[in-house]
Design a protein around this ligand. Structure first.
Ligand code: PRP
Ligand code: GUN
Length: 177
């Protein structure tokens, strides 16, 4: 029995996940033709998604990492979004695509958009692998969306529960959460 099987069930399998990531990459490639793109990879959760997506984007691409945290390892947001690591360069004049694993309450993305827009980029768009609209506390525009999911606490492919399960190659659901 694999280490996770007692606690985690498969929600979106690896094949379906990778096919959708590939489609999103192709769509981004078409939309940003002739432009230089900067991925803002929001740590830690979006690391796996952003790195896979980057491989499907056929454009000159810069990748920046921005660390934020508000869940503190649990299943409910603390409501306080903190920057834990900032990007390495000025963002003024750049075409930014914020890469997230999930938009749940929307509090993290709304904080990020306000913060990034204040740095005067040429444009800012949002790409999220998952959206959980039933829990939205604030509306955020999602330009590229992988899957809409129900109100379940998901793990895997970057998403954690108490820092565990990020390394699962699929989106799983915590049994009993
Ligand atoms: O829409 P929201 O309700 O704000 O939730 C979304 C955020 O929650 C998770 O991050 P978390 O704070 O757990 O940090 P992590 O990515 O380091 O696990 C996820 O990666 C998003 O950034
Ligand atoms: N792991 C995980 N982190 C989240 N952050 C916001 N929603 C979720 C979720 O469903 N799972």
């Amino acid at each position: 029995m694999a280490f996770y099987e007692q606690d985690v069930g498969v929600h979106i399998d690896e094949k379906k996940l990778q096919a959708r990531v590939r489609e999103l990459g192709a769509q981004i490639t078409r939309d940003y033709q002739g432009k230089e793109l900067t991925f803002i990879c929001v740590l830690k959760g979006s690391a796996f998604f952003a790195m896979d997506l980057a491989r499907y984007v056929d454009l000159p691409l810069t990748i920046e990492f921005l660390g934020v945290s508000s869940y503190q390892g649990g299943t409910e947001t603390t409501g306080e979004v903190r920057i834990t690591t900032d990007v390495s360069k000025p963002m003024a004049g750049k075409h930014l695509l914020v890469i997230e694993d999930i938009i749940d309450t929307g509090l993290t993305m709304s904080f990020l958009l306000e913060n990034l827009k204040a740095r005067h980029p040429a444009s800012v768009k949002v790409c999220s692998l998952l959206e959980k609209p039933s829990r939205a506390r604030t509306q955020v525009p999602i330009d590229y969306k992988g899957f809409v999911i129900d109100d379940v606490f998901v793990v895997g492919y970057g998403l954690d529960y108490a820092e565990r399960y990020r390394n699962l190659p699929f989106i799983g659901v915590m049994k009993g959460k």
